[in-house]
Design a protein around this ligand. Structure first.
Ligand code: SF4
Length: 301
């Protein structure tokens, strides 16, 4: 064999394509439908308000474009494998040719403290669970594909402390998952959430007490396995969602934005598509400086 150099590696086409799409999206940005999304309810209130107010987001990073596409694929993968092996998944239509229909967007209207707002979700399905008491309940199915490193830490908790520890980890460290599940439960009038994790690296489903799946060294039937975490949604969890949306709506109706909830150096701010309009943007404008926007000619601040 002899190595050859390429004029352009074809993989670059993907990244160039994602970058062009991201630029196109911000150049042709349209204000979103004004309703809260289950997937954002754990976000900074100011970030949610900026999205609802139609602020132009920064272009989507290429890696997130790929993570989003892979996430959709893993949803279908988990449900297809689950169904094949008798997992009691409900609320999903499995069509010929492998296509799956989640049933579209669910929207509910709320009227609280003089304001009205809508909250929406796209449900991953439902799943029947038998509780330890023997009672059978229908839970919201929340599927999340995680990168191997993130999954490793949650699995570590499970190995040491069992299912309760993995639930606590989700509750404290994966609030995007728990708030999204709880919001979907609120809209679907369910009281339980079953978080089903999948490893984007190894395609393993759930958490295991066994070792990493290396052929010949790992017996999945000996390892204890769980989907990820399961919990009952308390009335206070549902109230917290409605209260947050109420507060954001009230502030916006007064033509204001909620205060920043995170420090500029935080991961939340680094990943926030409105960072360029936050943390001193008004002061920069007052000083004659424009807030930074990464695509030239799109926005004149
Ligand atoms: S930059 Fe940080 S504080 Fe500002 S809206 Fe985004 S997440 Fe919130």
């Amino acid at each position: 064999m002899k190595h050859v150099d390429l004029k352009q590696d074809p993989v670059n086409l993907i990244y160039e394509g994602l970058a062009s799409q991201a630029e196109y999206d911000v150049r042709h940005f349209k204000s979103p439908v004004k309703r809260f999304r289950a997937s954002e309810m754990a976000n900074c209130s100011r970030q949610i308000a900026m999205r609802l107010a139609g602020y132009l987001p920064e272009p989507r990073p290429q890696f997130l474009g790929l993570v989003g596409a892979a996430g959709n694929m893993y949803h279908d993968f988990v449900r297809a494998v689950g169904r094949q092996h008798g997992m009691p998944i409900r609320g999903i239509e499995f069509k010929d040719g492998g296509k799956q229909d989640e049933g579209g967007v669910i929207v509910s209207r709320f009227d609280r403290k003089g304001v009205s707002f809508d909250i929406s979700c796209r449900a991953d399905g439902d799943i029947e669970l038998e509780l330890e008491s023997g009672e059978t309940v229908m839970a919201v199915l929340e599927i999340k594909s995680m990168n191997p490193r993130a999954l490793y830490y949650m699995e570590k908790e499970f190995k040491v402390g069992g299912p309760l520890a993995s639930f606590k980890y989700a509750q404290e460290r994966k609030q995007h998952y728990t708030w999204q599940g709880n919001t979907t439960a609120l809209l679907k009038k369910r009281d339980y959430v079953y978080l089903l994790l999948v490893d984007r690296g190894s395609a393993q489903i759930g958490l295991s007490t066994g070792g990493y799946p290396v052929p010949g060294t790992w017996d999945p039937t000996e390892a204890k396995r769980i989907g990820g975490a399961v919990w009952k949604v308390e009335p206070t969890d549902k109230t917290a969602i409605i209260d947050k949306a109420t507060r954001i709506t009230q502030i916006m109706q007064a033509s204001k934005l909620p205060d920043p909830e995170y420090a500029p150096s935080s991961m939340q701010c680094k990943q926030c598509p409105f960072f360029y309009r936050c943390h001193g943007a008004e002061q920069r404008q007052a000083n004659g400086l424009s807030p930074r926007y990464p695509v030239e000619g799109v926005i004149d601040l």
